[in-house]
Design a protein around this ligand. Structure first.
Ligand SMILES: NC(=O)c1ccc[n+]([C@@H]2O[C@H](COP(=O)([O-])OP(=O)(O)OC[C@H]3O[C@@H](n4cnc5c(N)ncnc54)[C@H](OP(=O)(O)O)[C@@H]3O)[C@@H](O)[C@H]2O)c1
Length: 239
C-alpha cells in the first residue's frame, strides 16, 4: 500500500520555484504553516534541493566504487515523522540521522556504492535501494508505506522530482502557495519540470479549496483527476 501523495510547493504566479527570489513576496512561515495543515507524516525532496538546503556541502566520495546492487530495506528506526531524499548515486552526505527533527530515509538506486550504504548504517540513517540504474519511484513509495508506515507523503520539490512523480502517476493532490510575484527567468525550475515531450495534454485537476493568505498569497488545493479505464461491456454468451 503506497502513501497518499500531496505535492506542496511555493510558486510565483508564473510557476517558478526559486525560494530565494520569492522570499521578498512571501509571508514569513506561510509555506510551513500551510504545509502543516496537510498533516503529512513524511516529506520528500530531490537530490538538488537536499544538496542546496539540508546536506553537507561536499559530496560523498566512494573508496571502493562498487555498486551496491539489490539490497534489503534498512530500517534504522521507526519514527513519527520522516525526511526523505531521492539520490540516485548516493552523493549526499549527512550530519546525522535526523533532519529538522524528522528521521532521515535515503532512497537510492542499485548504483549507489556499497560504502555509501555502510556510512548510512553507521550514522543510523534508514535507506531504500530501488531500481537498477535510476530510482524506481513506484516501488520506493510502496516500501515507504509498507516498511515505515507512512500514510501521507508531502512531495516538496524541486521541479524535476515533482515531474518524475507526476509522470509515474504518483501525485494525488497539489497544494500550491502562489505568492504575488513574477520571476520570469527562463532557466528557473517550475513546479513540475522534465516531463517527457510526448505528454502533450495538461493533466486535469479538480479544485478542492482556495484560501487567501497573508500578503495576498493564494493557497490552492487541487485533486489529480485519474482517467477512468472504460468499463468493459459484459459479454453475452450465446447458447
Ligand atoms: N518553492 C518551493 O516550494 C521549492 C521546493 C523545493 C525546491 N525548490 C527549489 O527547486 C530547485 C531545485 O529543483 P530541481 O528541479 O533542479 O531539482 P530537484 O527536483 O530538487 O532534484 C532533481 C534531482 O533529483 C534526483 N533524482 C533522483 N531520482 C529522480 C527521478 N526519478 N527523476 C528526477 N530526478 C531524480 C536527480 O539527481 P541525481 O541523478 O543525482 O540523483 C535530479 O537531478 C532549487 O532551487 C530549490 O530551492 C523550491
Amino acid at each position: 500500500m503506497r502513501p497518499y501523495i500531496i505535492c506542496h510547493m511555493l510558486s510565483s504566479v508564473d510557476g517558478k520555484i526559486d525560494g530565494a527570489a520569492l522570499a521578498a513576496v512571501t509571508g514569513k512561515g506561510e509555506y510551513e504553516a500551510t504545509g502543516a495543515k496537510l498533516k503529512g507524516d513524511a516529506w520528500i525532496c530531490g537530490r538538488t534541493t537536499m544538496q542546496q538546503h539540508f546536506a553537507e556541502a561536499a559530496p560523498f566520495v566512494s573508496v571502493t566504487n562498487t555498486p551496491a546492487g539489490p539490497q534489503p530495506v534498512f530500517v534504522a528506526r521507526r519514527a513519527k515523522s520522516y525526511a526523505i531524499s531521492v539520490d540516485t548515486l548516493g552523493k549526499l552526505r549527512w550530519v546525522g540521522g535526523d533532519l529538522d527533527g524528522d528521521h532521515l530515509i535515503c532512497v537510492v538506486s542499485e548504483q549507489a556504492p556499497e560504502d555509501y550504504l555502510s556510512m548510512l548504517r553507521e550514522q543510523g540513517i534508514s535507506y531504500i535501494v530501488s531500481g537498477q540504474s535510476s530510482v524506481d519511484l513506484p516501488r520506493a513509495v510502496r516500501q515507504l508505506g509498507e516498511r515505515f508506515g507512512i500514510r501521507t507523503l508531502l512531495l516538496e520539490g524541486g521541479g524535476h522530482i515533482n515531474g518524475a512523480f507526476l509522470q509515474a502517476g504518483l501525485v494525488d493532490e497539489l497544494s500550491l502557495l502562489v505568492v504575488p510575484g513574477i520571476d520570469g527567468r527562463h532557466d528557473i525550475p517550475a513546479v513540475f519540470d522534465g516531463v517527457s515531450a510526448s505528454h502533450k495534454r495538461a493533466l486535469p485537476l479538480k479544485l478542492k479549496a482556495v484560501e487567501q493568505r497573508g500578503r495576498g498569497a493564494l493557497w490552492i488545493r487541487y485533486k489529480v483527476v485519474r482517467s477512468k479505464t472504460p468499463k468493459r461491456k459484459p459479454s453475452h454468451k450465446t447458447h
